[in-house]
Design a protein around this ligand. Structure first.
Ligand code: ADP
Length: 341
């Protein structure tokens, strides 16, 4: 008996995508189905990253197709294709970048660059093509956190080509500066330099670009949010009131330019003491949660204070690269990335 395409499609409808609640056929994820004698082949295009789930999807889809009488061989090609979001009106898109997320804090030292780096790594681990751009002219730290002193080169179009590390495309003002050179550009020159920097990076087909903004809410930050079209911003804070006061200012800045706040990440939320197993809330408790509620945005995650977070940052190997089963922070970063995808 000849196998007909319709029968195979009906069988595939039995597999539900847990991320959308719909089957892969109705959601139009299944494409290019061909049936030649007993050989079935089709593609599945996912609109979101699901690297860790793909082997399971493949197994279920193959089993469903093979349940049709006469089907002998099944070949499935599963790919992820992220679509670009709607953008801020009147603000330029960056070429070859589908989505841009800013990581901001009102205050320095709350771990914003640590969070930006690890979030970028966690997004990349979920199967996205990710870039990370350190926009802090006065205290760039991404180069250090990724353990690279490589300098980017300029291509024939006079663009600066990002550096590749741990599967990410990285760009930092730090790459363009000599070691320890004090950056003394201020005011309008700093603004122009930042704008030029953002527009001249040669990103290579990114699903998401994470921008590590400088701390605070001054002219430079405002310039950045008005130069590139942001899909959203994530605010990093520690739990105590002094940090939250400044976090509110950062939220206000994004709201003024109509950039959605995707959520709050509370860093240094607690310390799990290895010797007595107790949890200590060194910087207070519940601040991030309270603030997220007040703003009506999600609290995306609470990252503990861990020696490994600091050490791995200093060793150029962000903690999110670690197995989440072995590191509490790595696990939280993966959970945050899953909410943003
Ligand atoms: P910011 O970008 O807000 O100025 P950084 O990301 O540079 O802050 O972090 C400041 C310091 O705190 C760094 O040495 C970093 O390794 C450390 N740090 C940040 N988050 C944590 C954490 N959750 N646990 C331990 N150390 C942390």
């Amino acid at each position: 008996m000849a196998v007909v395409e319709q029968t195979v499609l009906e069988a595939l409808k039995g597999v539900i995508d847990p991320n959308t609640g719909r089957d892969f056929v109705s959601s139009k994820a299944v494409k290019n189905l061909t049936v030649t004698d007993g050989d079935v082949a089709f593609d599945v295009t996912l609109g979101y990253p699901a690297k860790s789930q793909i082997p399971g999807f493949r197994k279920e889809l193959i089993a469903a197709a093979k349940s049709v009488a006469g089907v002998a061989n099944v070949s499935v090609n599963i790919v992820t294709n992220i679509t670009a979001h709607a953008v801020q009106r009147g603000v330029a898109l960056l070429p070859k970048v589908k989505n841009i997320v800013a990581v901001a804090s009102g205050k320095g030292g709350v771990g914003k660059s640590t969070v930006a780096s690890n979030l970028a790594v966690a997004l990349s681990q979920s199967g996205l093509r990710v870039g990370l751009c350190d926009c802090d002219l006065y205290g760039p730290s991404i180069a250090h956190m990724f353990g690279t002193d490589e300098r980017p080169y300029q291509n024939d179009e006079q663009q600066i080509v990002p550096i590749e590390k741990h599967g990410l495309q990285l760009m930092s003002m730090g790459f363009l500066l000599e070691d320890a050179s004090p950056v003394i550009v201020r005011g309008p020159i700093a603004t122009r330099y930042t704008q030029q920097f953002l527009r001249q990076c040669a990103w290579n087909d990114l699903d998401v670009l994470v921008l590590d903004l400088p701390p605070g809410t001054g002219d430079i930050q405002l310039t950045i949010v008005q130069t590139v079209s942001l899909d959203g911003a994530v605010i990093v804070t520690t739990p105590q009131e002094v940090a939250l006061i400044d976090a509110r200012k950062a939220v206000g800045m994004f709201q003024k330019v109509n950039v959605p706040i995707l959520g709050i990440i509370e860093n240094m939320s607690y310390f799990l003491c290895p010797s007595d197993g107790k949890v200590y809330h060194i910087f207070g408790k519940g601040g991030g949660e309270h603030e997220a509620k007040r703003l009506g945005v999600p609290l995306l995650g609470q990252i503990p204070i861990e020696m490994d977070v600091r050490e791995s940052g200093d060793e150029g190997h962000p903690i999110a690269l670690e197995d989440p089963a072995k590191s509490a922070s790595s696990k939280v970063f993966r959970e945050i990335a899953a909410q943003l995808r």
